[in-house]
Design a protein around this ligand. Structure first.
Ligand code: NDP
Length: 521
């Protein structure tokens, strides 16, 4: 059996999903801060991916036959083992992704909170329930939810366990098995999830991890799975959808974002500034729900900018006690530098950091002002430690500018009394009110976007149902003398039905009474 070799951390070897039986290509994972090789994993070929899916299919028969409480117990064992390995997990995240250790530990905590929630919630979320049978009063109408089978999960590198866990935990709790392809930049932490699952979940192959680069992900998108849950860039999401279309495999797309924050003239500025700085700079800005644009009312703009700059000047980049770690990949550094140079060339001013404050994989946090809507930092996902602040003349203008994007993932509003109403006017899947990113930490809230940010939802009951097929059952409880589902209709049925249509749905007292009662209750 192939093994995942890890160096550094605790220096242990982690077993990856079988096979591969033959000698094969290896993929090295690097520490972005030092360039050091953290470990290697085997590259799974298309045939290996298909074999993993076949094993997952066999496992699905047994896994789906368990009761909810039996599955909950299995998942609880996996959760407990992950929790016991929290230091090792956080260290691997820190080393592969570059984020500070404390952020890595918070990621472990959030991932486990979803696993805990999904396992405990599945039975309630997926309980069959009766609905009104309408005119077929002699029927019992029931909606029930059933596992799809095998779910392919493709994950990104920025939150290498929190993000995929948002799909994996809910898919497993709903009775599916999972084949997970982690990013080539963070394969060791992905393999570790699979290894711990393999030794704690009694049924083999309930969660398998197939490591490799883009082609391994492409093979999973083409494989005979029942759904693909993809998290990554909008560009790759399009490719995955096209590949999945071959088999009509349904897809769930969690893609990029360009999240706006709105700060009105009656907002708590201290709170808003602190939130903007955290929201834009946590994980060095490499979050799909990073604050990427802040629209501030002109009456409080200067004060807000001063507060933000003050906060940012207090941050440290790199080192054991740094607030910002290394960027995860050189490609991402290039994108951020390109956005910063484009902004400065077109008249933006960097109040901190800037395009020349980049050293290797470390970027100094940059507060940008005098930005315009045509700049890359406003149009495209930057995914780096950059905080553009834009002055607006009114709340109306802030809402309009916030919605002028093809993305629509997260958002936040800082305001007085109007905050809640304002939140509903932002075109996005999620909005935090007088806080930032909080929607992602509430396990029962659905997570997902609109437009180029994707579709479908993870987390919460909606996220659980994404991994089920909805079954409608109509069951006759007693026979009525009138039956329309037969060819043996009595004479005069046409006239009787026409009369019923007019009585029930036309301009009749019965129809009006129905409308009145509906409005009342
Ligand atoms: P990518 O789109 O580059 O990669 C995502 C995953 O897809 C990786 O595992 C990648 O593998 C794999 N992949 C690459 N090519 C293919 C292919 N042709 N077919 C199938 N899979 C493929 O995204 P990043 O990893 O760069 O992640 C950052 C992006 O993810 C950002 O845009 C961010 O906004 C978004 N994101 C969205 C979230 C959400 O919930 N909406 C949450 C977190 C991030 P490999 O890495 O090996 O190339």
């Amino acid at each position: 059996m192939a093994t995942t070799q890890t160096s550094g951390g605790n220096g242990k070897q982690a077993a990856a999903t079988p096979p591969p039986a033959t000698a094969r290509e290896q993929l090295a994972s690097h520490d972005p801060a030092t360039g050091e090789v953290v470990g290697t994993v085997p590259v799974f070929s298309a045939a290996d991916v298909d074999a993993a899916v076949a094993r997952a299919r066999t496992a699905a028969a047994e896994w789906s036959a368990l009761s909810y409480s039996e599955r909950e117990a299995e998942l609880a064992r996996w959760r407990a083992a992950l929790a016991e390995s929290a230091d090792e997990l956080a260290e691997l995240i820190h080393r592969e992704n570059g984020k500070p250790r404390v952020e890595a530990m918070i990621e472990v905590y959030m991932a486990l909170s979803h696993l805990n929630h999904a396992a405990g919630r599945a039975e309630k979320a997926l309980r069959p329930h009766r609905v009104s049978p309408g005119l077929l009063a002699n029927f019992r109408a029931t909606i029930s939810y059933h596992p799809l089978g095998v779910i392919g999960v493709i994950g990104p590198w920025n939150y290498p366990i929190f993000t995929p866990m948002g799909s994996i935990a809910y898919a497993l709790a709903a009775g599916n098995t999972v084949v997970f392809k982690p990013s080539e930049l963070t394969p060791l932490i992905g393999a570790k999830l699979g290894e711990i699952a393999a030794r704690t979940i009694a049924i083999p192959n309930v969660l398998q991890v197939v490591t490799g680069a883009g082609p391994t992900g492409a093979a999973l998108a083409r494989a005979a799975v029942d759904k693909i849950a993809f998290t990554g860039s909008t560009a790759t999401g399009r490719k995955v959808m096209m590949a999945a279309a071959e088999r009509l495999t349904p897809v769930l797309m969690e893609l990029g974002g360009k999240d706006p924050m709105i700060v009105t003239d009656d907002a708590d500025l201290d709170k808003a500034a602190e939130a903007a700085v955290f929201g834009a700079l946590t994980n060095a800005g490499q979050a799909c729900i990073s604050v990427e644009r802040v629209y501030v009312h002109e009456a409080v703009y200067d004060k807000f900018v001063d507060k933000v700059v003050g906060e940012v000047r207090g941050l440290k980049v790199g080192g054991d006690d740094g607030h910002l770690g290394a960027m995860t990949s050189p490609q991402q550094v290039k994108i951020v530098e390109d956005h910063l140079r484009d902004a400065v060339a077109h008249g933006a001013k960097a109040l901190t950091g800037g395009p020349d404050a980049i050293s290797g994989s470390f970027i100094q946090p940059t507060v940008l002002v005098d930005v315009t809507p045509d700049m890359k930092v406003i149009r495209e996902e930057t995914f780096g430690p950059v905080l553009p602040i834009i002055k607006v003349g009114s709340t109306e203008e802030a809402v309009r500018a916030s919605n002028e994007t093809t993305f629509g993932l997260g958002s936040s509003v800082f305001a007085g009394k109007s905050a809640r109403e304002l939140a509903d006017r932002v075109r996005a899947g999620m909005t935090s009110v007088n806080s930032v990113m909080s929607f992602a930490a509430i396990t029962s809230l659905p997570f997902g976007g609109v437009g180029d940010s994707g579709f479908g939802r993870i987390h919460g009951d909606e996220g659980m149902k994404e991994f089920t097929r909805t079954k409608a059952t109509a069951e006759e409880t007693f026979a009525l003398p009138i039956n329309l589902m037969t060819f043996k209709l009595p004479k005069g049925t046409y006239e009787r039905i026409r009369g019923m249509i007019k009585t029930l749905y036309g301009d009749s007292p019965v129809a009006k009474a129905q409308d009145f009662l509906r409005r009342l209750f």
